[in-house]
Unconditional design. Structure first.
Length: 112
């Protein structure tokens, strides 16, 4: 992640947008580093990575399945669309922007 206020990403809900590294660290510490949160595994499907001609900017897209528990209950993200933009700074790739979203047709899918 870029260590600045330029970091930005949308979450799957409108109230959890992250703007800046301070907010990212606050979110990480207050949720993902809790003792009652457990990361189990993740899987990415249809990962696409593109590079700019100058090889200084990259963008990616995939479908993400992220399996976790929170307070002993499943807290999974399944079939979440994940996109992002990175820039190469002093030889290291840094994420500047990410976007997580759920496809409405998959979220509202009725069981057969």
């Amino acid at each position: 992640m870029i260590d600045s206020d330029e970091l930005f990403f949308f979450q799957t809900d409108s109230k959890s947008t992250v703007k800046g590294i301070a907010r990212f660290k606050e979110m990480t510490e207050s949720f993902f580093l809790r003792d009652d949160f457990k990361a189990i595994k993740y899987e990415m499907q249809d990962l696409r990575i593109n590079l700019s001609p100058a090889l200084q900017t990259a963008w990616f897209a995939c479908l993400l399945d992220d399996f976790n528990t929170f307070k002993g209950r499943p807290a999974n993200w399944e079939k979440v669309r994940w996109t992002g933009v990175l820039e190469k700074i002093e030889g290291s790739w840094k994420i500047f922007q990410m976007h997580f979203s759920k496809a409405e047709d998959l979220v509202n899918k009725q069981p057969a």
